[in-house]
Ligand binder design. Structure first.
Ligand code: TQI
Ligand code: CA
Ligand code: ZN
Ligand code: ZN
Length: 171
Protein backbone atom coordinates (compact mmCIF):
# COMPACT_ATOMS: atom_id res chain seq x y z
CA UNK A 1 0.00 0.00 0.00
CA UNK A 2 1.14 3.57 -0.60
CA UNK A 3 1.76 5.94 2.31
CA UNK A 4 1.53 9.67 2.85
CA UNK A 5 3.36 11.98 5.21
CA UNK A 6 1.59 12.22 8.60
CA UNK A 7 -0.13 15.60 8.04
CA UNK A 8 -0.91 14.65 4.41
CA UNK A 9 0.81 17.72 2.94
CA UNK A 10 0.04 18.41 -0.73
CA UNK A 11 0.26 21.26 -3.21
CA UNK A 12 -2.86 23.37 -2.68
CA UNK A 13 -5.68 23.44 -5.20
CA UNK A 14 -4.71 26.92 -6.42
CA UNK A 15 -1.22 25.64 -7.25
CA UNK A 16 -1.73 22.88 -9.76
CA UNK A 17 0.49 24.33 -12.50
CA UNK A 18 3.92 24.00 -10.99
CA UNK A 19 7.21 25.28 -12.34
CA UNK A 20 10.65 23.76 -11.83
CA UNK A 21 14.14 25.12 -12.36
CA UNK A 22 17.70 23.84 -12.12
CA UNK A 23 20.40 25.39 -9.94
CA UNK A 24 22.35 27.43 -12.53
CA UNK A 25 25.61 26.61 -10.75
CA UNK A 26 25.28 22.99 -11.88
CA UNK A 27 25.46 23.82 -15.62
CA UNK A 28 23.46 20.73 -16.57
CA UNK A 29 23.27 19.52 -20.13
CA UNK A 30 20.03 19.49 -22.07
CA UNK A 31 20.19 15.68 -21.99
CA UNK A 32 20.14 15.68 -18.17
CA UNK A 33 17.32 18.24 -18.00
CA UNK A 34 15.28 16.14 -20.40
CA UNK A 35 15.49 13.20 -18.01
CA UNK A 36 13.72 15.30 -15.36
CA UNK A 37 11.07 16.45 -17.81
CA UNK A 38 10.32 12.81 -18.67
CA UNK A 39 10.07 11.98 -14.96
CA UNK A 40 7.65 14.88 -14.31
CA UNK A 41 5.57 13.89 -17.32
CA UNK A 42 4.89 10.46 -15.80
CA UNK A 43 3.21 12.07 -12.78
CA UNK A 44 1.46 14.78 -14.83
CA UNK A 45 -0.18 12.07 -16.92
CA UNK A 46 -2.13 10.69 -13.94
CA UNK A 47 -2.93 13.91 -12.03
CA UNK A 48 -4.41 17.36 -12.71
CA UNK A 49 -0.92 18.78 -12.17
CA UNK A 50 1.31 20.28 -14.83
CA UNK A 51 5.06 20.83 -14.60
CA UNK A 52 6.76 23.52 -16.62
CA UNK A 53 10.47 24.14 -16.78
CA UNK A 54 11.48 27.75 -16.20
CA UNK A 55 14.90 29.36 -16.24
CA UNK A 56 14.58 31.38 -13.06
CA UNK A 57 15.80 29.33 -10.09
CA UNK A 58 14.37 30.85 -6.84
CA UNK A 59 11.04 31.98 -8.28
CA UNK A 60 10.10 28.47 -9.38
CA UNK A 61 7.97 26.14 -7.24
CA UNK A 62 10.46 23.26 -7.45
CA UNK A 63 14.24 23.69 -7.13
CA UNK A 64 16.50 20.96 -8.50
CA UNK A 65 20.22 20.79 -7.81
CA UNK A 66 23.20 18.42 -7.50
CA UNK A 67 25.32 18.99 -4.37
CA UNK A 68 28.17 17.31 -2.47
CA UNK A 69 28.44 16.81 1.27
CA UNK A 70 26.93 19.49 3.47
CA UNK A 71 24.95 21.85 1.27
CA UNK A 72 23.02 24.06 3.62
CA UNK A 73 19.99 22.09 4.78
CA UNK A 74 21.52 19.98 7.55
CA UNK A 75 21.12 16.79 5.52
CA UNK A 76 24.61 16.28 4.06
CA UNK A 77 25.26 13.90 1.18
CA UNK A 78 27.69 11.06 1.73
CA UNK A 79 29.67 10.32 -1.44
CA UNK A 80 28.95 7.33 -3.70
CA UNK A 81 25.90 5.20 -2.74
CA UNK A 82 23.86 5.19 0.50
CA UNK A 83 21.94 8.47 0.25
CA UNK A 84 21.36 9.28 -3.40
CA UNK A 85 18.92 12.16 -3.24
CA UNK A 86 16.26 13.75 -1.08
CA UNK A 87 13.17 15.76 -1.69
CA UNK A 88 11.09 17.67 0.79
CA UNK A 89 7.34 17.38 1.16
CA UNK A 90 4.91 19.98 -0.25
CA UNK A 91 4.88 22.91 -0.56
CA UNK A 92 8.67 23.15 -0.17
CA UNK A 93 9.85 21.93 -3.54
CA UNK A 94 13.50 21.26 -2.76
CA UNK A 95 14.87 18.34 -4.74
CA UNK A 96 18.58 17.62 -4.15
CA UNK A 97 20.77 14.93 -5.68
CA UNK A 98 24.17 13.70 -4.49
CA UNK A 99 26.65 15.06 -7.04
CA UNK A 100 29.09 12.24 -6.20
CA UNK A 101 26.93 9.38 -7.50
CA UNK A 102 27.73 7.65 -10.76
CA UNK A 103 24.55 8.91 -12.37
CA UNK A 104 23.63 7.28 -15.64
CA UNK A 105 20.94 7.90 -18.21
CA UNK A 106 19.74 4.56 -19.48
CA UNK A 107 18.01 3.97 -22.74
CA UNK A 108 14.31 3.37 -23.11
CA UNK A 109 13.92 -0.34 -23.79
CA UNK A 110 17.54 -1.01 -22.80
CA UNK A 111 18.44 -4.36 -21.26
CA UNK A 112 19.12 -2.75 -17.88
CA UNK A 113 22.75 -3.84 -18.00
CA UNK A 114 25.54 -1.30 -18.07
CA UNK A 115 29.25 -1.26 -17.34
CA UNK A 116 29.46 1.76 -15.05
CA UNK A 117 30.46 0.73 -11.52
CA UNK A 118 27.66 1.26 -9.03
CA UNK A 119 25.69 3.25 -11.53
CA UNK A 120 22.49 4.92 -10.41
CA UNK A 121 19.80 5.50 -12.99
CA UNK A 122 18.91 9.19 -12.84
CA UNK A 123 15.39 8.92 -14.21
CA UNK A 124 14.45 6.18 -11.70
CA UNK A 125 15.57 8.32 -8.76
CA UNK A 126 13.87 11.39 -10.24
CA UNK A 127 10.51 9.62 -10.56
CA UNK A 128 10.78 8.43 -6.93
CA UNK A 129 11.79 11.83 -5.54
CA UNK A 130 9.02 13.63 -7.44
CA UNK A 131 6.64 11.28 -5.61
CA UNK A 132 7.99 12.70 -2.35
CA UNK A 133 7.76 16.27 -3.71
CA UNK A 134 4.06 15.62 -4.35
CA UNK A 135 3.46 14.24 -0.85
CA UNK A 136 3.89 10.48 -1.16
CA UNK A 137 5.80 8.49 1.42
CA UNK A 138 7.08 4.98 0.87
CA UNK A 139 5.01 2.12 -0.42
CA UNK A 140 5.00 -1.43 0.88
CA UNK A 141 4.27 -2.75 -2.61
CA UNK A 142 7.40 -4.31 -4.05
CA UNK A 143 8.12 -3.04 -7.55
CA UNK A 144 6.26 0.23 -7.08
CA UNK A 145 8.11 3.48 -7.68
CA UNK A 146 7.72 4.50 -4.05
CA UNK A 147 9.02 1.17 -2.70
CA UNK A 148 12.19 2.14 -0.81
CA UNK A 149 14.71 0.00 -2.69
CA UNK A 150 16.55 0.47 -5.93
CA UNK A 151 19.07 -1.84 -7.54
CA UNK A 152 22.25 -0.21 -8.86
CA UNK A 153 22.24 0.09 -12.60
CA UNK A 154 18.54 -0.72 -12.82
CA UNK A 155 15.93 1.39 -14.55
CA UNK A 156 12.51 1.56 -12.81
CA UNK A 157 10.45 4.43 -14.16
CA UNK A 158 6.89 3.20 -14.76
CA UNK A 159 4.32 4.20 -12.15
CA UNK A 160 2.41 1.21 -10.80
CA UNK A 161 -1.30 1.13 -9.89
CA UNK A 162 -0.37 1.67 -6.27
CA UNK A 163 1.71 4.80 -7.02
CA UNK A 164 -1.16 6.18 -9.11
CA UNK A 165 -3.70 5.47 -6.36
CA UNK A 166 -1.56 7.36 -3.85
CA UNK A 167 -1.10 10.45 -5.97
CA UNK A 168 -4.75 10.42 -7.09
CA UNK A 169 -5.84 10.35 -3.46
CA UNK A 170 -3.88 13.59 -2.96
CA UNK A 171 -4.88 15.35 -6.21
N1 TQI B 1 16.80 9.03 -0.08
C1 TQI B 1 15.69 8.71 0.74
C2 TQI B 1 14.45 8.50 -0.16
O1 TQI B 1 14.21 9.35 -1.02
C3 TQI B 1 15.38 9.78 1.76
C4 TQI B 1 14.36 9.28 2.72
C5 TQI B 1 14.55 8.35 3.67
C6 TQI B 1 12.99 9.61 2.78
N2 TQI B 1 13.36 8.10 4.32
C7 TQI B 1 12.41 8.87 3.82
C8 TQI B 1 12.22 10.50 2.08
C9 TQI B 1 11.06 8.95 4.11
C10 TQI B 1 10.85 10.58 2.39
C11 TQI B 1 10.28 9.80 3.40
O2 TQI B 1 13.77 7.53 0.02
S1 TQI B 1 17.66 7.86 -0.80
C12 TQI B 1 15.52 5.46 -3.10
C13 TQI B 1 14.94 4.09 -2.97
C14 TQI B 1 16.73 7.23 -2.11
C15 TQI B 1 16.21 5.98 -2.04
O3 TQI B 1 18.79 8.51 -1.36
O4 TQI B 1 17.91 6.81 0.13
C16 TQI B 1 15.38 6.20 -4.25
C17 TQI B 1 16.60 7.97 -3.26
F1 TQI B 1 15.20 3.60 -1.81
F2 TQI B 1 13.64 4.11 -3.15
F3 TQI B 1 15.42 3.30 -3.86
C18 TQI B 1 15.91 7.46 -4.35
CL1 TQI B 1 14.56 5.55 -5.63
CA1 CA C 1 25.52 9.20 -1.69
ZN1 ZN D 1 19.60 18.82 0.55
ZN1 ZN E 1 12.02 7.65 -0.85
Amino acid sequence: RYSLFPAEPRWPSNRRDLTYAFDPRNKLTEEVKTVFSRAFARWAEVTPLTFTRVESFRTSDIFIGFYSGEHGDGEPFDGPLRTLAHAFSPPTGHFHLDAEENWIISREGGDGVNSVTEAIDLESVAVHEIGHLLGLGHSSVEGSIMYPTITTGMRKVELTTNDVEGVQYLY
